[in-house]
Design a protein around this ligand. Structure first.
Ligand SMILES: [Zn+2]
Length: 382
């Protein structure tokens, strides 16, 4: 039974404490499994400093095209308060219809489904007309500088060509199969310092209270109407994430107020154009300020291709509901992969991602396995 194989593989993957950026032996374990099944495996470590060192695995079976690639990350976010977990986060626990463990949805469950579907497929069709590959990193939840991005550059230099990637990030909103992502919003973080003049709270005329301006500016920023969304994207959104004056006494008007905010933007914008809009709003206030921004991802959306349509049909056939073609969610390695290969993101439910007692339905793992297996059949049969 495929589901038993998936659970067995998942149990093994969950047992590795692969908290970003450490593979903790998990990628080496997968490489061994795949090597035994006839894949050629290439493990590359990127990053100079000890705390940066990131293990990456590329494995390929066959050398024909199309090259269908299961992409993903083996690293997980830390469990944090382990005593708040009902079970050991690094030991897969089956309770009724669910399995618990760190990474079950984000995204060791999807990796287990990919591995088992590939191995089972190759047992029946050892000479596919095309290739199966895996592109796995241990640095997606962190800075992502030494993971998929340099690995893709390295592979491109070697002449490797990936035609279609399936990234098993958790994508389902309410039900398995309800969402397929073909793009992502961009993300930009801002730090705004508003400079006032410190003084005694009893003599406000001798001081300039930066909080007065900061509150007005924050309200204006939250009310910016960037756009109304586009074909595959929701509206651009700004969220204030921090408001800080560093004041722990009661009789001082502080010198500075710091606002932090994040903008998730669609394909109408770039990080730079968002900066321009934000700067214009702030500049309308008569105040001394300093505005810094840093973008970790620009937005992107791909053309909805024939292969994507076929993949959508496979998902719909499995879940019996037409999936939404979407671009929401956080950033993912798709922001790098789409420059080299067509890519769909499709995995388990994101509701449980990063949570205490992270878990997934066993039936969802079965469904995901079916989708992955049927995709190999669809794309690799003559
Ligand atoms: Zn993830």
């Amino acid at each position: 039974m495929a589901i038993e194989q998936v659970l067995e593989t998942l149990a093994k993957l969950v047992s590795f404490r692969s908290v970003t950026p450490y593979s903790s032996g998990s990628l080496e374990y997968i490489a061994k499994l795949l090597t035994n099944a006839g894949f050629s495996c290439d493990i590359e470590v990127f990053g100079e400093k000890e705390e940066e060192k990131t293990t990456n695995l590329y494995a390929r079976y066959g050398n024909g095209s199309p090259n269908i690639c299961f992409a993903g990350h083996i690293d997980v976010v830390p469990p944090l308060n382990e005593d708040l977990w009902d079970y050991n986060p690094f030991e897969l626990k089956v309770i009724g219809e669910k399995v618990y463990g760190r990474g079950t949805v984000d995204m060791k469950g999807a990796i287990a489904c990919g591995i088992v579907s590939a191995l089972n497929y190759l047992k029946i069709y050892p000479s596919p007309s095309g290739s199966i590959s895996f592109l796995l990193t241990s640095d997606e939840e962190g800075c992502a500088k030494f993971g998929t991005k340099p690995m893709l550059e390295y592979l491109a230099k070697k002449g490797e060509k990936i035609d279609f990637s399936i990234l098993g990030e958790p994508t389902a909103r309410a039900h398995f199969g309800d969402t397929i992502a073909i793009g992502r919003r961009g993300s930009v973080n801002f730090v705004l310092k508003i400079i006032g003049k410190q003084g005694h709270v009893a003599y406000p005329h001798t001081a300039i209270n930066p909080i007065t301006s900061a509150v007005k500016i924050a309200t204006n920023l939250m009310n910016i109407d960037f756009d109304n969304g586009s074909e595959f994207f929701e509206k651009t959104n700004l969220e204030v994430t921090s408001f800080d004056v560093g004041n722990n006494v009661v009789n001082i008007i502080p010198e500075q107020a710091t606002l932090k905010f994040n903008v998730r933007f669609n394909d109408f914008h770039s990080a730079k154009s968002i900066f321009g809009i934000v700067l214009e709003v702030i500049s309308k206030h008569e105040v001394i300020f300093d505005l810094q921004y840093e973008s970790s991802a620009e937005s992107f959306v791909q053309k909805y291709s024939e292969k994507m349509k076929k993949f959508t049909a496979i998902v719909q056939n499995q879940s019996q509901i037409p999936p939404k073609i979407d671009t929401n969610g956080g950033t993912s390695d798709a922001r790098f992969i789409h420059k080299y290969s067509e890519i769909v993101e499709f995995g388990l439910s994101f509701d449980q991602a990063h949570k205490i007692n992270e878990h997934t339905q066993i039936s969802d793992l079965q469904s995901l396995y079916n989708v992955y297996y049927n995709s190999l059949v669809e794309f690799l049969q003559k």
